[in-house]
Design a protein around this ligand. Structure first.
Ligand SMILES: *[C@@H]1O[C@H](CO)[C@@H](O)[C@H](O)[C@H]1NC(C)=O
Ligand SMILES: *[C@@H]1O[C@H](CO)[C@@H](O)[C@H](O)[C@H]1NC(C)=O
Ligand SMILES: *[C@@H]1O[C@H](CO)[C@@H](O)[C@H](O)[C@H]1NC(C)=O
Ligand SMILES: *[C@@H]1O[C@H](CO)[C@@H](O)[C@H](O)[C@H]1NC(C)=O
Ligand SMILES: *[C@@H]1O[C@H](CO)[C@@H](O)[C@H](O)[C@H]1NC(C)=O
Length: 459
């Protein structure tokens, strides 16, 4: 008989999401640390777990703690988050089914476990609700029902088969509702994917923080992440990440889907320094057609590294200079971008005296096919990205705010000064790019994976 002390340390803005009073007979204390992390100590005095089950409990709980941390750490888009919750819910359902057929002596134990996990599940949904700041009635309902269910579970005093049957049915109902929620599309982006029938960016969503970098290293301030802008069939849900403590680009890590990215379960890490020195610089790459397009470190040139054939080729842009970088990071001389119309690179030249040049790349020959000179001075720019043939340039307003301050439309040759402000999670960033397959902006924000949804002006 072991009283059990569970330590649940969750990084979150406040402890408010955790319904402390609902932890039943447990003795819970919570504290908020300097950096805003919330630590909860849960003391469950009366639970009589057999010793051989404690280990299972602890493993299970630490897995759960990790998951909670991830969930709390990020404000993932509605749909993706629900997919993850659904996975957890079907796991719980499955376990209730196992319980129903299991030997009685384990029921009380497993039931307690289930009760705790359900509480966690509820906390996740609470956090999701808070982070979404959702006023969706469907979501509010769902939330009410999950809370209701937790209470029902708490109130059950005997743990017999018929109660489990009730819970199983409730889980099944809940699962159906989550599925419905998942199918509701988040319609922040109002343009059809692939379409340029809009008049450019109206505004950006709040930053969506997905995860801390896969190396879990605060010194990995230089990097990038995102999706393939023209994925091979079967790789549509693939994500990639690259990070390092300086501006050299050594490795690219690939994940089969969003969940694997968040859980840091890669299927492949490409080492650009394994056999030959294929390393890059400056973190302004993109992945397109299972190929990394990036600034080659030596010699200074455009390069592409094909993940399928594991080889790199490079091609210099003779006019491009290494003298002008963006505001936040050195060595950002060649910046690749992909949008609805293909592949682009931006750079500055000595002749342009640091003003930004936009180049359209012919993907077949990997050569510049057309260029446009803008009037913005590259060192004053935070970063740039392209959408539908229009260049968007950002600059810093303050530590929390960035602004799209300039656009250049290569379709018309028109340039404009604009002020589309958006919130930053951290001040420093080394990567910002648009992906046409989901119309999101991806930012590597001082070690964090951040993305933005885009609201376009309607045509
Ligand atoms: C909570 O735990 C503390 C320290 O273990 C103990 O002194 C206190 O009586 C407990 N409170 C309840 C309500 O069990
Ligand atoms: C369900 O959870 C258990 C224990 O945490 C884990 O071993 C199992 O892989 C999970 N199953 C799924 C389908 O996620
Ligand atoms: C949440 O929404 C309400 C009204 O819809 C708004 O007043 C509030 O500022 C929002 N909070 C956050 C954190 O966005
Ligand atoms: C909560 O549960 C009670 C009793 O089971 C039920 O009457 C009520 O309608 C439930 N509320 C929601 C929002 O499901
Ligand atoms: C990458 O390599 C594969 C296999 O050699 C080839 O079929 C494909 O066209 C290459 N992709 C690019 C973008 O060069």
């Amino acid at each position: 008989m072991h009283p059990l002390l569970l330590l649940l340390s969750i990084v979150g803005p406040t402890c408010a999401w955790l319904p402390l009073e609902d932890w039943g007979s447990g003795n819970v204390t919570a504290s908020v640390g300097d950096s805003g992390q919330c630590t909860c100590n849960v003391f469950l005095p009366d639970i009589t777990f057999p010793a051989d089950r404690v280990e299972h409990m602890q493993t299970s709980f630490s897995e759960l703690t990790l998951e909670v941390e991830l969930e709390i750490n990020k404000l993932v888009s509605y749909k993706e988050q629900l997919v993850i919750l659904l996975g957890q819910l079907s796991n719980l359902t499955l376990r209730v089914e196992i319980l129903e057929s299991g030997p009685d002596k384990y029921i009380k134990l497993e039931f307690e476990l289930l009760r705790i996990e359900l509480r966690e599940f509820e906390a996740l949904v609470t956090q999701l609700k808070t982070s979404l700041n959702s006023s969706s009635p469907a979501f509010d309902n769902l939330y009410a029902e999950i809370r209701n269910m937790s209470r029902t579970v708490d109130q059950l005093e005997s743990y017999d088969q018929s109660n489990l049957e009730v819970i199983r049915i409730e889980f099944a109902k809940l699962q159906k509702k989550l599925e419905n929620c998942r199918d509701e599309q988040d319609d922040f982006s109002n343009a059809e994917i692939g379409s340029c029938e809009h008049r450019g960016i109206l505004r950006l969503s709040k930053p969506v923080i997905s995860q801390f970098n896969a190396h879990l290293s605060t010194s990995y301030r230089y990097g990038g992440w995102g999706k393939d802008s023209n994925p091979l069939p079967g790789s549509e849900s693939m994500y990639w990440y690259s990070g390092f403590s300086d501006t050299l680009v050594r490795t690219i890590t690939l994940y089969s889907d969003y969940y694997k990215l968040v859980m840091r379960q890669a299927f492949k890490t490409v080492d650009l320094y394994a056999r030959y020195d294929y390393r890059g610089r400056g973190n302004n790459y993109i992945v397109r057609g299972n190929t990394l397009y990036y600034q080659y470190n030596n010699p200074f040139s455009m390069a592409k590294y094909n993940f399928t054939s594991s080889t790199a080729t490079y091609r210099a842009i003779p006019e491009a200079t290494t003298r002008f970088s963006y505001r936040y990071s050195d060595y950002q001389n060649l910046d690749f971008a992909a949008e609805e119309n293909g592949l682009w690179v931006t750079y500055a030249t000595e002749e342009s005296q640091g003003r930004l040049i936009i180049g359209k790349i012919d993907e077949g020959s990997f050569a510049l096919q057309e260029t446009w000179e803008t009037s913005i001075f590259k060192p004053s720019v935070g970063n740039v990205f392209m959408v539908c043939g229009v260049l968007y340039a950002t600059r810093s307003v303050n530590v929390h705010t960035e602004e799209i301050f300039y656009t250049y439309d290569t379709n018309t040759g028109q340039e404009k000064y604009v002020n589309i402000q958006f919130e930053k999670f951290q001040d420093f960033y080394s990567y910002l790019d648009y992906n046409p397959t989901d119309q999101k902006l991806y930012m590597y924000n001082d070690g964090y994976y951040v993305s933005y949804n885009i609201k376009f002006k309607t045509a």
